[in-house]
Ligand binder design. Structure first.
Ligand SMILES: [Zn+2]
Length: 255
């Protein structure tokens, strides 16, 4: 299997007092990466997914760390951890947000790419694209590709749809822009990996160490947490969903 973990913000403990659903502490993140390595996992960087075309056998545990939304902690906290451990993740950066307060700066993206980290497409403005016009989709890819190619000296090879909203047409447009690896937001462990439709396990602040150990063994997540979550997302407006999500997670027995 290829375990593709999706992270958002990684924060120092002192900054993690608010209720940002996806924000994980630095200590929690480091513990999870080390547990993954201790469980015998070997990294499966984007570059290898593209060039080798080697699909690991089901019994082989490979992992890919992905980081969404281009926040500055990805440079300040995540990048040093990956360097120290010799790991190469993929950072999905909405390019319109570069150089804004709280987000990555141009030079930071260049430095990370130079050090072997992959920088991927995540829309230009991080607007939902699955229902956008073809013209809008292409415009978002074009702008991002111009910026990322200039900053990294490389064509971006990976794409994650903003908000996880992917359609067949959006996938085709992405492939047309040179994308070879697509991370979806579909839960799963990639027992039969398709590089253009990788399943993932999103990590959030409520994930316990025990639950993470189960994920490392490829055990399906607790039903209420995940299937309930996807059903809720489809049925309720975004703002209400944010509140509901917090409630569901707090009420779920930790297993
Ligand atoms: Zn995002």
């Amino acid at each position: 299997m290829i375990l593709v973990l999706t992270y958002h913000q990684i924060r120092g403990a002192e900054k993690n007092r608010d209720r940002d659903f996806y924000a994980v502490t630095r200590d929690g993140f480091v513990a999870q990466v080390k547990a993954t390595l201790q469980a015998g996992g070997r990294e499966m960087p984007v570059r290898d997914l593209v060039t080798s075309r080697t699909i690991p056998v089901p019994s082989e545990a490979r992992f890919l760390l992905t980081f969404d939304d281009g926040t500055v902690d990805h440079y300040e906290i995540v990048f040093p951890v990956l360097k120290e451990l010799g790991l190469r993740g993929v950072f999905f950066v909405p390019t319109a947000k570069l150089n804004r307060p709280g987000y990555l700066a141009d030079a930071q993206v260049s430095e990370m790419a130079e050090a072997g980290q992959a920088i991927g497409f995540h829309g230009h403005e991080h607007v939902r694209l699955d229902r956008a016009t073809d013209e809008k989709m292409r415009d978002q890819f074009q702008r991002s590709r111009d910026i990322l190619t200039r900053l990294t000296g490389q064509q971006p090879l990976a794409f994650a749809a903003p908000g996880g909203f992917l359609s067949e047409h959006l996938r085709e447009v992405a492939l047309g822009f040179g994308v070879e690896v697509i991370r979806t937001m579909r839960w799963g462990f990639n027992h039969h990996p398709d590089q253009t439709a990788l399943e993932t396990v999103p990590v959030n602040r409520h994930l316990t160490e025990l639950q993470f150990q189960k994920i490392l063994r490829g055990e399906p997540p607790p039903r209420l947490l995940y299937f309930g979550k996807q059903a809720a997302k489809a049925l309720v407006p975004a703002r209400a969903y944010e509140r509901l999500r917090g409630l569901v997670f707090k009420c779920t027995p930790k297993s």
